[in-house]
Design a protein around this ligand. Structure first.
Ligand code: PA5
Length: 426
């Protein structure tokens, strides 16, 4: 039975030219079998599936704990620094940079996501102008260089700025039983668990993503509800209409047909950080064993003026997934004036209308030359982000299973790390 009558989230595949064969009976049956497997969760990935049941880390008990801690921080802080890299900061940043800041909430500042001295100096300089700074150091494996180095630099800043008692300004999000927990206890930092059974890029709905969002004043309950509703919709739909199954089958069919990249495209620049989260999710989960679609982002209409030519007319290696938002949440109407600029057709037109025209025309033009999908969400808000996070994580697991890779490891990133640690004398 299909429960995918979600009206606030729709998934559509467009391939009018039949560039990628639609799944036949055999592929659909095999896909449905994999969907059942993913819904149950495989025993071999039990150590990585803590995100799979939303009730686990974004259920009532945990939400209250995030809210309580966030309220304490908000009562005293005017800046909250999220120190983390990759999966340890992308999800929270995706939401913070997409939604309007909540009045009275501390500014969220990002650190520990590069090794640029210019960046960390810029962060510290910025913090000097604040009255009360708190930090959250997020690291599953507290050996990652970027957050480790930034934590040192920020400890110096906190000690020098606030003197005795600076430790109360430090939250650490780490693995239970780790050295990180030990030093947190020893020095009086507030320690919260980084789920040991959730990899960084799957942590949007855990303390990693939700505590910073609660500090920023966002409605984490709406986000959790969106994720839970998507979980119910995907796990309750064992039909070929399941949108995660359609998406996973389509991207695998495109891969088989020779496509090598997937672009996540959007006409709302506020999705930029979300696209970085998505790029990491699919890049680290599927790009292994010499396989996988290379994920890239397209921020339109700007990027249409740089890569639009290639997309329409270049090497046929790209498929595209658009995200569109139905509700208009901002408006600017262009008025006619005395300047004959030859843009008269815009008189009285809203920017929203121009943006939608660009979207419609682009989807039409691109879908004639590459396989496309369109995901439409009702409105840009916490609830929609909850749905998007869960939809893509679930689809990624399913797609990786169809591709034949382990979606939860990332052995490839060790190669450069070993070389770097050797140079640094670790
Ligand atoms: O998804 C992943 O596992 C990675 O991107 C990690 O999140 C990233 O490398 C940061 O790791 P850690 O939290 O251990 O510092």
């Amino acid at each position: 039975m299909s429960v995918n009558n979600q009206t606030d989230f729709t998934f559509k595949s467009l391939d009018p030219a039949g560039l990628v064969p639609s799944p036949g009976e055999k592929e659909t049956a095999a896909g449905l079998e994999k969907l059942r497997t993913v819904c149950q969760g495989q025993e071999c990935y039990a150590e990585s599936l803590g995100w799979h049941r939303t009730s686990e880390w974004s259920g009532e008990e945990w939400l209250s704990r995030y809210e309580e801690l966030a309220a304490r921080i908000r009562a005293d802080a005017d800046a909250f620094v999220v120190v983390g890299i990759g999966g340890s900061n992308q999800a929270a940043r995706a939401v913070v940079e997409a939604l309007e800041p909540v009045e009275g909430a501390p500014e969220i500042v990002w650190a520990g996501n590069s090794l640029s001295p210019h960046s960390i100096n810029g962060v510290i300089e910025h913090l000097r102008g604040k009255k009360s700074v708190y930090i959250d150091v997020i690291a599953k494996n507290f050996e990652t260089l970027e957050p480790g180095a930034a934590f040192r630099a920020l400890r110096t800043f906190l000690r020098d700025t606030y003197g005795e008692g600076w430790q109360k300004r430090v939250v650490t999000t780490g693995t239970i039983g780790s050295h990180f927990e030990d030093i947190s206890k020893e020095h009086g930092f507030t320690f919260i668990p980084f789920p040991s059974d959730v990899g960084g890029r799957f942590t949007a709905l855990t303390p990693v993503g939700l505590l910073p969002l609660a500090v920023a004043g966002f409605d984490i309950r709406a986000l959790a509800r969106g994720a839970a509703d998507m979980e119910a919709a995907l796990k309750g739909d064992m039909t070929a209409e399941n949108p995660a199954l359609r998406y996973a089958l389509q991207r695998n069919a495109a891969y088989k047909a020779g496509y090598r990249m997937e672009m996540l495209s959007f006409f709302e620049p506020r999705f930029f950080r979300f696209s970085k989260w998505w790029v990491q999710l699919f890049g680290e989960s599927e790009g292994k064993d010499g396989l996988g679609l290379y994920p890239v982002a397209g921020s339109f209409s700007e990027d249409l003026h740089s890569i639009g030519q290639f997309l329409q007319d270049g090497t046929r290696c790209i498929m595209e997934t658009f995200i569109d938002v139905k509700e208009q949440d901002s408006s600017l109407v262009l008025r006619a004036d005395e300047v004959d600029d030859r843009f008269g057709y815009l008189d009285g037109m809203d920017y929203h209308q121009m943006n939608k025209a660009a979207f419609t025309a682009t989807v039409d033009a691109h879908s004639r030359v590459m396989p496309c999908n369109v995901i439409e969400v009702e409105k840009l808000g916490e609830y929609a982000f909850g749905k998007l996070f869960y939809f893509f994580m679930f689809s990624c697991y399913l797609s990786g299973l169809i591709l034949g890779v382990n979606p939860f490891d990332q052995p490839g990133v060790e190669a450069y790390k070993q070389g770097m640690f050797k140079i640094l004398g670790k």
